[in-house]
Design a protein around this ligand. Structure first.
Ligand code: S3P
Length: 184
């Protein structure tokens, strides 16, 4: 696919529980990049944890902080950036992702996601009576948006973590060697 020049960052997108943070923390040293997590940027900006941001101010406010956190990364380079699962919801964020770096969609099945997230209470969108139904609905809504934003899709259900990291690092190096660098 023809692609405009991009900064030399790797951005991990995908649904909650797809492995963005775990994988990002291991991928970063492999590329000699630093690791950034947009959820952490939002939490430090707000001075409170994500469930409290949602409870005090609602989802739209969280999305505003998330968009601001993403925009703040426009000049970055040599970073692996893990993003929140809803970062693709706003069109302006999707455009930014393509400018900021090589965007990798970590996909996982509904069953895998449910297994990974069901014991964790840190995700306000999953505080529902029927968590499974919520996951299915949000996945249906978001998969086309992840697909639209991604340079590479990687299934994370069964593959070994080491293999996934190796594959992404190789693809990123090829991508950066072929694309220009927007941050000149
Ligand atoms: C969200 C995902 C979370 C966090 C917030 C909203 C979402 O991040 O940003 O709870 O809308 O999918 P993770 O994908 O890292 O869990």
């Amino acid at each position: 696919m023809k692609r405009e020049p991009t900064n030399h960052n790797v951005i991990l997108i995908g649904f909650m529980g797809s492995g963005k943070t775990t994988l990002g923390q291991e991928l970063a040293p492999r590329l000699d990049f630093a690791f950034i997590d947009t959820d952490n940027l939002v939490v430090s900006q707000a001075g409170k944890p994500i469930p409290k941001i949602f409870a005090d101010h609602g989802e739209e406010h969280f999305r505003d902080l998330e968009s601001r956190a993403l925009s703040s990364l426009i000049q970055e380079s040599s970073k692996v950036i893990a993003t929140g699962g809803g970062i693709v919801l706003r069109p302006e964020n999707r455009a930014l992702l393509r400018k900021i770096g090589f965007t990798v969609w970590l996909d996982a099945s509904e069953d895998t996601i449910f297994d990974r997230v069901s014991r964790n209470t840190e995700r306000p969108l999953l505080h529902t009576d029927n968590q499974r139904e919520t996951i299915a609905r949000l996945l249906t809504q978001r998969r086309p948006l992840y697909q639209e934003s991604a340079d590479l899709m990687v299934p994370t259900n069964d593959l070994d973590l080491g293999e996934i990291i190796h594959g992404i690092a190789d693809s990123a190096r090829v991508f950066f060697s072929q694309s220009g660098n927007a941050a000149t």
